[in-house]
Structure formats: structure tokens, C-alpha cells
Design a binder for this molecule. Structure first.
Ligand SMILES: *Cc1c(COP(=O)(O)O)cnc(C)c1O
Length: 244
């Protein structure tokens, strides 16, 4: 970025944190014989101050994730950079029209109704948005996402949408005492992807698996994640912020 942005306490920590995360990503890839460039780091900025976001951009991270559509819209209007915005949180249908022209990818598409709305809007706006379908693998009631069975049952309908690019699946593992216990969730998401591909025409490949957060991204990478969504550990050691 060419603009001069204000310094803030512990600014150098962000670069250190980013480097540490990238090294851990590389090690996880190496452990399972994957190439490091198969996994994209999406920096989740939902709790980050704007100056922290600027610093991420300075460091060359251009994939940014926000969970609230409103904050994504606001930040997209302040930052006219070459940013790829990822919406990772719940999208209400009445916010979709504003969101579509701004986002590079929506990770959190979780109902057929939302897919129907997005299909109609995308046709109208002449866009072809990149989407991931959020899956509730663990079956926790509080979680958003398709039940695996519903996805399979409705698959014919989903792949028939003409204006949507469904690129893969996303999930969130439950919080567990032992991070190793998340492995089954990630493995199941990948198996579900393979199953959906197997029942699809050849043109459908679902390459993306968005799984893994600060706590569990290494396990997710070992199980095939192509995108990890990481927030809190990028900002460790910085003054925390009260904005949601
Ligand atoms: C907040 C959030 C993340 C990042 O979580 P951290 O634990 O801060 O890395 C990832 N995915 C989703 C859907 C989130 O809401």
C-alpha cells in the first residue's frame, strides 16, 4: 500500500504471527506430503482493528474474511485495494444483493432458500459468485449448515443452478478439549465432498474444502483443507479491541 498508516503498539507482532502461522501451515502440509501452495490462508479480520488490517495488506495477505456482512461492506468501501473478501458468517437473504458484487467467495451458504435467492440475484446482476456450502458435520443444534443427508438428497437441484459456482464445502469443528478430536469432522467433510463428486456429472469437481481455524487448522490441513480461516492467532500480543 502506498498510503502511510499510523503505527500502533506491537506492530511487528503481526508480521511475526503471520510468519509463524505460515510456517505451521507448511509443516502440516509437509507431514502429509502436500505442497504448501495447496492451502490458502484466509485472514479473519472480524475482531481486528483497521490498522491491523492495513498491516496484513502490507504483508501481502489479500484474502480477508469477515463474518458480518455489514462490517464487510463498510471495510470494502474503505479499502479499495486488490482484496479478495470472504464472507464466512451467516448471510440473510435481504443482505445478499449488496454482498454479491463485493465478495470473492461466500463460505457460509447454508440453506436451499439462500441458494435460490443467490441464483436469482446473480442472474439479475450478471454475476457468477463463488460459493461454498456450509455443512453441519457434527450435528450440533446451535450450528448453521446443511445436514449431510439433506445435501445429498438435494444435490441434483444444487448443481443445476446456472448462475452459481459451487466450489466446495465448509465446516466448523466443535470446540473440544483435545484438538485431535476434531480430526473426524474434517475427515467426514472430505468424504462427503468425495461422495458428492461421485454422484455428479464430470464437470462438477468441488475442489475447495474450507476447514480449520486458529485452534485446529493443522489437523484440518492434514485432512485435506484447501482454505484455513484464521483470526485470533494472527493478532496475538496486540491490544484487543472491543468491536465485534
Ligand atoms: C471467527 C471465525 C473464524 C476464525 O476463528 P479464530 O479462532 O479466531 O481463528 C473462522 N471461521 C469462522 C466461520 C469464524 O466465524
Amino acid at each position: 500500500m502506498s498510503l502511510n498508516h499510523p503505527d500502533f503498539p506491537n506492530k511487528a507482532r503481526i508480521a511475526e504471527n503471520v510468519r509463524a502461522v505460515q510456517e505451521r501451515m507448511e509443516s502440516a502440509c509437509a507431514r502429509v506430503g502436500r505442497s504448501a501452495d495447496e492451502v490458502k490462508l484466509v485472514a479473519v479480520t472480524k475482531y481486528a482493528r483497521m490498522e491491523w488490517v492495513w498491516e496484513l495488506l502490507e504483508l501481502g495477505l489479500i484474502d480477508l474474511g469477515e463474518s458480518r456482512p455489514q462490517q464487510l461492506v463498510e471495510r470494502a468501501s474503505l479499502l479499495d485495494q486488490n482484496i479478495r473478501w470472504h464472507l464466512i458468517g451467516n448471510l440473510q437473504r435481504n443482505k445478499a444483493r449488496r454482498m454479491l458484487p463485493l465478495v470473492g467467495m461466500i463460505h457460509s451458504v447454508d440453506t436451499l432458500r439462500l441458494l435460490d435467492s443467490l441464483e436469482r440475484l446473480a442472474g439479475e446482476l450478471e454475476l457468477r459468485p463463488h460459493l461454498l456450502l456450509e455443512v453441519n458435520i457434527s450435528g450440533e443444534e446451535a450450528k448453521h449448515g446443511f445436514a449431510p443427508r439433506d445435501l445429498i438428497e438435494n444435490w441434483g437441484k444444487i448443481i443445476a443452478f446456472k448462475h452459481l459456482s459451487v466450489d466446495g464445502l465448509m465446516t466448523m469443528a466443535p470446540f473440544t478439549e483435545e484438538v485431535e478430536e476434531t480430526r473426524g469432522v474434517f475427515r467426514d467433510l472430505r468424504a462427503l465432498r468425495d461422495k458428492l463428486v461421485a454422484i455428479s456429472p464430470e464437470s462438477v469437481s468441488l475442489p475447495e474444502l474450507s476447514m480449520g481455524m486458529s485452534r485446529d487448522f493443522e489437523v484440518a490441513i492434514e485432512e485435506g483443507a484447501t482454505m484455513v480461516r484464521i483470526g485470533s492467532i494472527l493478532f496475538e500480543g496486540l491490544e484487543s479491541d472491543d468491536q465485534p
